[in-house]
Design a protein around this ligand. Structure first.
Ligand code: SF4
Length: 176
């Protein structure tokens, strides 16, 4: 992955941010793409959104090092723009490989881009906080748990409340 040039995003980023955490995790958190700080450090979910995620994990007594964190696109888009559909599709096989290795019980998608990469044509406002069972040819049945993106939760008080309520459901989902 470090040498990937399957899409043009590799040209402007500092490094490929492939993921962080426990490769035997029961849960994967998947965001959209690395931001400035992630690009600098090579670690997903650092900086302000990372701090929100760390705080939420602490609130449900799960350590960051016990989960796995990654993004749909592994290279930072210029000026933090949204990833283009062709960039998402070129990067998708890397994510499939990560999921195949980790075999998580639950995949938590953060934000609409991550959600719609797994389940197109659904609105995050309608499905957040609910388990969606999907089938992907190379991976079999997956349980997707869509959450709002921590960056959106940082901006809007209403989204923050929904994000916290949904996040609190994770421990009981893992027990099931
Ligand atoms: S974003 Fe993904 S597909 Fe594009 S160059 Fe980076 S690793 Fe490769």
């Amino acid at each position: 992955m470090s040498a990937c040039n399957n899409c043009t995003l590799y040209k402007n980023c500092s490094r490929v941010v492939f993921g962080d955490g426990n490769p035997e995790a029961e849960i994967i958190f998947i965001g959209e793409a690395p931001g400035k700080k992630e690009d600098e450090l090579g670690i997903p979910f650092v900086g302000s959104t990372g701090r929100i995620l760390d705080k939420m994990l602490a609130s449900i007594k799960i350590k960051r090092e016990d989960v796995y964190l990654t993004n749909i696109c592994k290279c930072r888009p210029p000026e933090n723009r949204d990833p283009l559909p062709e960039e998402v599709s070129e990067c998708w096989p890397w994510l499939e490989k990560q999921i195949a290795i980790i075999e998580p019980k639950i995949i938590v998608t953060l934000g609409k881009y991550a959600l719609n990469s797994f389940v197109p044509n659904v609105k995050i406002s309608e499905v957040h906080g609910k388990i969606l069972k999907i089938n992907i040819p190379k991976l079999g049945e997956l349980k997707i748990f869509p959450l709002h993106h921590p960056a959106a939760a940082r901006i809007s008080r209403k989204t923050r409340t929904l994000f916290e309520e949904d996040f609190a459901k994770i421990p009981s989902l893992l027990k099931k």
